[in-house]
Every structure is written in structure tokens, then in C-alpha cells.
Design a protein around this ligand. Structure first.
Ligand SMILES: Cc1cc2nc3c(=O)[nH]c(=O)nc-3n(C[C@H](O)[C@H](O)[C@H](O)COP(=O)(O)O)c2cc1C
Length: 542
């Protein structure tokens, strides 16, 4: 049975291995972000791999040929911070289908490293989070995480209908494929393929089956959960049900997009998740989106959830991957009462609403955004399109407008789009410096639930730890490495089991069913859901 509390995956690198390991060590589900891990590994190595952590994990990677090639290309001994010396980070080649063997190798390795480090030194469960919209690296990423024996895969920002079968096949090191979404392609179907043997890995490690991780899609509607279960009745072990006040990307409102007077998307009754239907599926689910307090945690349990997924409260704790200075500045803005979050309907090239934490000197600042020369050199959010000559190319609405239009895009789609790829890696202290001296700016995301952060800080003390968040949710109970957690309501008991087995399926012996609501003395408004009826989030503190 999976723990009650999931520390949500937060890209890029915010839910780093340091954060996930700490949460897992405390008996809950620590989740590393799987977004852009190849670029993050490249930059860590370019910075000289401070602490030697990446190279320590690499030593256990099954193909030392891949390790040697990656180190030869990207590691700089004593590299210190490239940025501090005014040097540029080396870039991994942009992703294109089909990926070359060395590009696949880098992705497999990077995912292996992050999960291995998160699993070091404890026996708790570790998950990895991917975005369905970022398709090109998905297959080698999953394989790398599975080589490191990841316990849980979570996937949001899309409908990951093909992933359960992929996980099944990768346990046996078999070749896998998913559909590549291609714009302007009419009825033509394209595939992304990955074969562990093609990077020399299948034959090396093929002797032993890999554990099949549990799969938890992140959904915003019961109907999506139903469709996923219909397609893979045995391949899904639960759902995270995320509402529109959660940090990061949000599902767009149902129906025609309407904006309020502040320019934020308006969510209505149709966006409230039908929790009765979720309960009827008989698989566990976790509620996400402003569930970062004890009261909300109990509300979720009362609604029949297995537990909650929390992001924002963890994003600003000491173990998070956020650049300490950036984190500090945002925490100061919260204690000063200036902390504010805007649900930007256009910032993200994905087209999904994206929560932007407002902070001077970041791309949330209009002037700073206007000053940034457009450029696309990381390219995770580019989308494939079919050219007139029948070949594939890629475009991103945040790239230079002329390039986007030349590739068949519309100018209107470029307005207000921000380069999330560069901003997000800058958030974790790995911002690129351009040849012309321009240094990339960060752009923070956070959920509307800033109160869950505020609860842990005061003007005199802006520092808190992941254990404080865990303890506050689970009512101050000690969360030992053994993971035996007993709350005041007596509802969280038991060790987090080692959940991976060769075939990870609900069976008579496994308890994948949702728990009955606990006898907790919880008063709810009768609609303890994930939608806007839990109160319009102001996103403002103070
Ligand atoms: C900084 C940050 C980055 C996030 N990045 C991702 C992500 O890459 N993938 C994802 O599925 N969810 C992402 N999320 C959402 C969290 O995993 C989680 O579901 C959400 O934060 C829960 O709501 P809360 O913010 O109110 O706690 C992110 C959230 C934050 C705060």
C-alpha cells in the first residue's frame, strides 16, 4: 500500500533527489521530477559535479561505456559554477525523433542517476514524475528510472493512455513505442520507439526482469480516470486528482476559455471532480491542489481519498532544488504579505494554464519578459509538425516569432509565451549565459496555497524542512525511517511496503482499494472536492 502523503513531482529539478529522498526516508512517497533530467545532469557535470553525487550514482549504471562517453563530453573537473566564471553551459543536442543512441543513453543515464540518488540510504518508496506533453524523452526516461528500480511513475499534463503497456514491456527490456502527436499531419500516425538493446543496455541487463513500478496518472476529471482504467484495467494502481489551484500546470477549464477581470481562467462547476465516481472505481486516489494543511488532509481522507499530493509547501523547504537565493526572496515576499500567484493562461508553450509566482527580477515581471531575446535551445516543449516535404520538424510558440511562423505557426500563438525550459532550469541555479552576455532569468511557479508555506515561516525564521511539512500534515507524529506513522486520528498506520514486484497488479493479496472514510471528526462543506468550490483561491497572502 502506498503512503498517505505524496510529495508532488516539481519540475524542473525542484523536486530534486535531495527532497524526494528526505520525504521517502520519512515514510512517505518522495517524487523526483523527471523533466529535463538529461540537461540537468549535463549542467551538474559541467559545474564539476559538486559533492560527486552524480558520479557516485553513475558507478552503478549497467553500461559504463555510456558513463564514459557522457563524462568525456560533459564533465569538467573542478568546473565550479560555469555561470560564476561567465562561461556558458554546454548543451545536449536538441531532441528529435528518432533519437540517436548516445542521446538515448544520456537520457537513460540521467533518469537512473536521479532515482538512484533519491533511493540512497533508506528503504522507503520513490516515485518519478513526467509530463505526458513532453514526449520525445519519455521512453528512455522510463527505462532509466526502472533500471534504478523506481517504485512509482506519475504522469500528468496529458492522458497517458499508452504508458501502462510500456511499463509492462520495459520490465522485460523489450522494445516499446508510443504515439507521437504531430501537428499538421492529418490522419497520419507517427510513433516514437525505444529499444534498450539499441543503446547496448538490453543485452547487459536483460537477464533479470525489472520491477514493474506502480503507475499513477494525474487527472483533473473522473471521466479521464475512467477512460484510462477502461484501456488498462490492470495497469493503473491509482490516480492523483489535481484541481486548478495546484502549482505548476493546470488543466484548462472545461468548455470555452473565459478569463476573469484579472485575466485568469474561470473555473466552474463542470471542473469540480466527481469524487463519488472516483470512489466507485475501486482504486486509490490522492487529492492535490491546496491540500498542504492538516485540515485539508483530513478533508481528503473523509472524501475517500487514500491521501494527498502536496507540492507548494515542499517547493520552498530547505531540501528543494530551488536556488536558495530565489527561494529566500519569495519567502520574504510571503512574510511581507506580497506573495502572489497568477494563473497565466498563455505563459506556457503547452497551452495549459500555468501558475506564475510574481516576483521582481523574474520573468513574471513584464519588463524583464520583454527584454529577453527569444531563443529555443533546450526545446523540451517543442511540438512536432509535418512539413510539406513529408519530414518532421519541431516548433515552440516561445521561440523567435519569425522561426515559429516560418514553421507554420500563427503569430497569435506566440503572444505572452514564456520560455519555460530556460526559466525553470534557471530556477534551480543552472541558468544559461548567452554569448552576448544575456543571462537567463528565473520564473517561479507555486500553487495558490501559499498559506501552506506561510505556516512554516516567520519574519525571524525563513527556513523550514521537508520533515516539518510531513509532520504538520500527519499531525506532528514522528515519521521514522521505518515509516510507522500514527496520527491523532489513528488513520495512518503501517510500514510503507516495498511495492515493486515483477508484476505489479492488484491481486487478492494487495490492498489497492480505497480506504473507507476514517472516523475522523472532520467537518466539510459537503463538497470536499478538488475544484473551485473549495473557495476561490486568491493566490495572495496577507
Ligand atoms: C514548483 C512546482 C512545480 C511543479 N511541477 C510539476 C511537474 O513538473 N509535473 C507535475 O505533474 N506537477 C507539477 N507540479 C504540481 C505538483 O506536483 C502538485 O500536484 C501540486 O503542487 C499540488 O498542489 P499544491 O501546489 O497546492 O500543493 C508542480 C508544483 C509546483 C509548486
Amino acid at each position: 500500500m502506498l503512503p498517505r502523503l505524496i510529495q508532488g513531482g516539481m519540475g524542473a529539478g525542484v523536486s530534486s533527489w535531495t527532497l524526494a529522498r528526505e520525504v521517502s526516508r520519512l515514510g512517505q512517497l518522495g517524487v523526483v521530477s523527471g523533466t529535463a533530467l538529461d540537461s540537468i545532469l549535463v549542467r551538474r557535470l559541467w559545474d564539476g559535479d559538486p559533492g560527486g553525487h552524480a558520479r557516485r550514482a553513475m558507478a552503478a549504471f549497467p553500461s559504463q561505456a555510456i558513463v564514459t562517453a557522457v563524462l568525456a563530453r560533459y564533465f569538467r573537473d573542478g568546473g565550479a559554477s560555469a555561470a560564476s566564471r561567465g562561461q556558458r553551459y554546454k548543451l545536449a543536442p536538441l531532441l528529435r525523433s528518432p533519437l540517436k543512441a548516445d542521446r538515448n543513453g544520456l537520457i537513460v543515464l540521467a533518469n537512473f542517476v536521479e532515482v538512484s540518488l533519491a533511493k540512497e540510504g533508506h528503504t522507503g518508496v520513490v516515485g518519478i514524475n513526467y509530463l505526458e506533453k513532453i514526449q520525445l524523452p519519455t521512453l528512455p526516461s522510463l527505462y532509466g528510472a526502472m533500471l534504478a528500480k523506481v517504485d512509482v511513475v506519475l504522469m500528468g499534463a496529458g492522458i497517458p493512455i499508452e504508458i501502462p503497456a510500456v511499463l509492462d514491456r520495459l520490465t522485460e527490456h523489450l522494445d516499446v513505442a508510443i504515439t507521437l502527436d504531430v501537428l499538421d499531419a492529418g490522419d497520419r500516425r507517427f510513433e516514437l520507439r525505444f529499444d534498450p538493446a539499441s543503446v547496448g543496455l538490453g543485452p547487459i541487463v536483460g537477464a533479470a526482469d525489472l520491477p514493474r513500478p506502480a503507475f499513477l496518472p494525474i487527472v483533473s476529471a473522473a471521466i479521464l480516470a475512467k477512460a484510462l482504467l477502461r484501456k488498462s484495467p490492470d495497469g493503473i494502481q491509482g490516480f492523483v486528482v489535481e484541481g486548478p489551484i495546484a502549482g505548476g500546470h493546470n488543466a484548462p477549464p472545461r468548455g470555452k476559455l473565459q478569463l476573469d477581470e484579472d485575466g485568469e481562467p474561470v473555473y466552474g462547476d463542470r471542473d469540480v471532480v466527481d469524487l463519488e465516481q472516483m470512489r466507485s472505481f475501486g482504486v486509490p486516489f490522492w487529492l492535490a491542489g491546496a491540500y498542504g494543511t492538516r485540515a485539508r488532509f483530513l478533508e481528503a481522507l473523509a472524501a475517500g481519498a487514500r491521501g494527498v499530493q502536496v507540492g507548494t509547501a515542499f517547493a520552498f523547504c530547505e531540501e528543494s532544488g530551488l536556488d536558495p537565493d530565489l527561494r529566500h526572496r519569495f519567502l520574504v515576499s510571503i512574510v511581507d504579505g506580497d506573495g502572489e500567484v497568477f494563473t497565466d493562461p498563455v505563459a506556457s508553450p503547452t497551452g495549459f494554464p500555468f501558475k506564475v509566482a510574481e516576483l521582481m527580477g523574474t520573468l513574471s515581471d513584464d519588463a524583464a519578459y520583454e527584454d529577453r531575446p527569444r531563443l529555443c535551445d533546450l526545446g523540451y516543449l517543442r511540438r512536432a509538425y509535418l512539413r510539406a516535404d513529408g519530414t518532421l520538424d519541431y516548433r515552440c510558440p516561445s521561440e523567435p516569432v519569425d522561426d515559429f511562423v516560418r514553421k507554420g505557426g500563427q503569430v497569435a500563438d506566440t503572444l505572452g509565451r514564456k520560455c519555460l525550459c530556460n526559466a525553470l532550469v534557471t530556477n534551480i541555479g543552472m541558468g544559461q549565459r548567452r554569448p552576448d552576455g544575456y543571462t537567463e532569468l528565473p520564473m517561479l511557479t507555486a500553487g495558490n496555497d501559499l498559506a501552506s508555506v506561510q505556516a512554516h515561516i516567520s519574519p525571524g525564521s525563513l527556513s523550514y524542512h521537508a520533515r516539518d511539512v510531513v509532520a504538520s500534515l500527519l499531525d506532528g507524529t514522528t515519521c521514522s525511517e521505518d515509516g510507522l506513522n500514527t496520527t491523532a486520528a489513528g488513520i495512518v498506520t503501517g510500514r510503507p511496503s516495498r511495492i515493486h514486484s515483477a508484476a505489479m497488479r492488484p491481486s487478492a493479496g494487495d490492498d489497492w482499494s480505497p480506504d473507507p472514510p476514517p472516523p475522523a471528526t472532520v467537518t466539510t462543506d459537503g463538497r470536499p472536492g478538488c475544484g473551485p468550490t473549495t473557495g476561490r483561491p486568491s493566490g495572495r497572502i496577507g
